[in-house]
Write a protein that binds this ligand. Structure first.
Ligand code: SF4
Ligand code: SF4
Length: 359
């Protein structure tokens, strides 16, 4: 059976396939001219390379996120694009059959995807199939051609498990501590965005190398821009219109800064590539960004929906969000310097560009 026939047998037409590739290359900021090359690379890779998908201390939310997409089904494309040999949540086999599939795939040349955090000191917190999860990750990392950590838990151990006393770490930290230097592609957020995972895989298949990463191991193309700079409510921020009362219809489109929005210090493409097949994203739906794509989420970003305290404004020292709002509102009214204020609020002041590195 030809590779594209495999997709059509699952209800994915060539047109849909090309639409998906076009969407993924657009999300990667690649020119349209790359689409034929990317389509060819993905088509050639259908059915291979094999994938081992491990789950540790997680809620399976990243898997759910992938499976819950709509048209064309990202999950179907990923499942057909790659050959998932081992995935505890979705595989039909179990017990010895599953273990055998895992062992056979371990022979080499597979892509390793890890979902969930890893207890770094006491193995008893995560045992899968009778084996400490920590040892399984180290074993599977040995011969992987590429390693992708999906979701906040796997990227730095700081998701929900990071808020517990289990000394959770992410894949990169675990491998480094054990002398394994294979680069890990970190795709944080809670859960991982399917478009980000698909785009990363398509990039890898097209260029035969991992995408340029920032210092947190995140592909720059998805995590290189500050959410605040692209936010649909940015005009309200500039005008000093901050939502203070959820019950006031007049304020419904106002900036969510005073409700705890972490957009000024969160790097993500959420404002450009929305969730659920571009249906919506947090801020557009009226929820402040909780910073889930950043290292240290959730612990360092809670309370998620309360006011952020102690912004640093030049000349004003530490100020809370209320005071920052008043200052910014006054500056906006005067019509000067607002962008500088926004940069100061984000705490970045252009540092991001210096941090990027190519692997
Ligand atoms: S603070 Fe949040 S809601 Fe306001 S403009 Fe920035 S990202 Fe958007
Ligand atoms: S908008 Fe913020 S909280 Fe929402 S998914 Fe994106 S990074 Fe996470």
């Amino acid at each position: 059976m030809k590779n594209l026939d495999k997709l059509s047998s699952r209800g994915i037409s060539r047109r849909k396939f090309l639409q998906l590739i076009a969407a993924a290359t657009a999300a990667l900021n690649l020119p349209n001219a790359v689409i034929p090359r990317a389509s060819k690379a993905v088509e050639a890779a259908l059915g291979k390379p094999p994938v081992i998908w491990l789950e540790g201390m997680d809620c399976a939310g990243c898997t759910e996120s992938l499976l819950a997409t709509l048209n064309p089904s990202a999950a179907e494309v990923v499942l057909d694009m790659l050959s998932i040999r081992y995935h505890e949540t979705i595989m039909a086999g179990s017990g010895e059959v599953a273990e055998q599939a895992y062992q056979e795939t371990l022979r080499g040349n597979y892509i390793l995807v890890v979902e969930g955090a890893i207890p770094s000191q006491e193995d008893r917190y995560c045992i899968v199939g009778g084996k400490p999860f920590r040892k399984t990750v180290l074993e599977a990392a040995q011969k992987a051609q590429a390693i992708i950590a999906v979701g906040s838990c796997a990227t730095d151990g700081a998701g929900i498990p990071g808020a517990c006393e289990v000394n959770a770490v992410g894949v990169r930290e675990l491998l480094k501590a054990n002398g394994i230097n294979t680069p890990v592609i970190n795709l944080p957020s809670c859960p991982v965005k399917p478009a980000t995972l698909l785009g990363t895989i398509i990039y890898y298949l097209t260029y035969k190398k991992i995408p340029p990463l920032d210092t947190q191991g995140r592909p720059v193309v998805f995590y290189g821009k500050l959410l605040h700079d692209n936010c649909p409510r940015r005009g309200q921020f500039e005008a000093g219109n901050f939502l203070r009362d959820w019950n006031d219809p007049q304020q419904k489109d106002y900036c969510l800064l005073l409700k705890g929005c972490k957009g000024p210090k969160t790097y993500t493409d959420c404002a450009q590539v929305w969730w659920n097949d571009n249906a919506n994203f947090c801020i557009n739906a009226g929820s402040p960004c909780s910073g889930c794509s950043e290292a240290g989420f959730y612990k360092n970003f809670s309370p998620l929906y309360a006011k952020q305290e102690n912004f640093q404004l030049p000349g004003a020292g530490p100020v809370n969000a209320d005071k920052a709002g008043k200052i910014i509102g006054a500056v906006a009214a005067a019509g000067v310097g607002i962008h500088l204020g926004a940069s100061a609020l984000s705490g970045r002041l252009g540092k991001k560009d210096e941090k990027q590195e190519e692997v």
